[in-house]
Design a protein around this ligand. Sequence first.
Ligand SMILES: Cc1ncc(COP(=O)(O)O)c(C=O)c1O
Length: 503
Amino acid sequence: MKLPLLTKETMSIKGQDLLAKIRHDFIGLDTEYETVDGNKSRRIYLDTTASSLMMGVAHRSSNDFLKHYSNTHSLLHFSAKISTKTYQWIHNRILDFVHADPNEFTCFFMGSGVTAGMNRMAKTLNRIRPERDMVIVSIMEHHSNDLPHRKHGGKVMHIPINKNNTNMGGIDMEIFEKYLIQFHDRINYVSITGLSNVTGIINPINKIAKLAHKYGAYIIVDAAQMAAHVPIYMSGFDDKDLEIDALLFSGHKTYAPGSPGVVIARKSFMSAIEPEEVGGGMVDKVFPENYFVSKQFPNREEAGTPNILGAITLGCAIHVLDSIGMDNILKKDLQLTNYAIEKMKEFKDIFIYGDSVDDDSKRAGTISFNILGLDHGLVAAILNDYFNIAVRNECFCAHPYVEKMLHMTHSEELEQLDCLDDHLSWKVEPWMGMVRASFGLYNTIDDIDFLLKSLEQIIDRKSYFIDNYSVNENGDYQHKSFNFSSKDFFSLTGSIDKNILST
Ligand SMILES: Cc1ncc(COP(=O)(O)O)c(C=O)c1O
């Protein structure tokens, strides 16, 4: 059941039209910086995979809320009633967004992204089934969906990458099943990314869930990237094995910076043990010698005063995404990503990581690449300094996956490192990494064309650019004559002064 849109006016605006209406309404789309040539130009933001820009309507709605701002733990005054009701509405709205049956699942907020919630879920599932001492993740994972399981979940096994594709890409389902069969009585749960933050490959999460359930394992999905790009169905299937047992995402990657991390999990998991965090708001009664934890969701999982304002921003952004329709969003996203991939492939000097021919492994929103003969750090610096294009580089907190992919372009260098075989002398080499261009709702074909033109110029004038840069003591590429001073564009005290003077 879909919750209704808030007003009749917005109800009449249908998906694609709503997308067209809001796509220019993100804060920071007109930000300008001065580049090497001394001219100011508009920044092209291609770093959405790290953090997306703020949806304007979400920001304005949370500002509207501010005049009613109050603590959700206060109960009886008017503002507290407004805060509490809105805060509850957001939890239900998110369950709806991921198609999670509210009778079976709860949604709660913690931390500032996926990381805190993933640590919590690892501890929770480990405590529920301590006799199962193993966890499966994939080699594709962001460290936040790997290290929490190593530390709290059990012995972690990594599903390797499918090498049958033309290039490396999604997870190897055959090996995955082999692990499940071999360790079926030991594997507690599988935790898998819905969409890779390196290659943009979308994993078939419900198919993976079915396989995990077949062998008695639970499934967690890291939807940090997936939530803003792909429709998610946690439940509602005739076949219960397709259901996702827990799913997490980050509000700052769903156009709501400053919002909390989101966990959606089976109520049966969360009520089986006492919550990990204790404090105000999650207890019914406290005595000097004992206390009684609330049975109510999400209260029992959210100790302390929540990030109410961030949740309001998040609820608004999710509501808008769902009103546009995640199918519509994915369609646009695939069009843009495929267009960029196809055009980039025309450059023989560009190597794109993670091509996949598998039907289950589509790619959305993220492309990682290298320009042959140039370090990733140099390319990212040139894109920024000369073309005002913001991209990310290095290993994107996914070292094992990036390393596997780098074998496609840097096998000799990697073999030499393998020879050293000494983790203590391991150091980051300047070639270790990639450049990542990633897209959000606000990016257009024009942005991609500008990226392509810029890459073409970089390829045509490699030695010119190499000559203009040196590597500083931190190992970063720095232009020899151009300096950027962040305080020329923003200083907190400057902003405070300006805002005080304007009141
Ligand atoms: C796939 C994936 N998982 C987990 C995370 C961690 O999310 P956060 O930093 O919001 O906790 C990220 C962040 O980039 C990510 O891309």
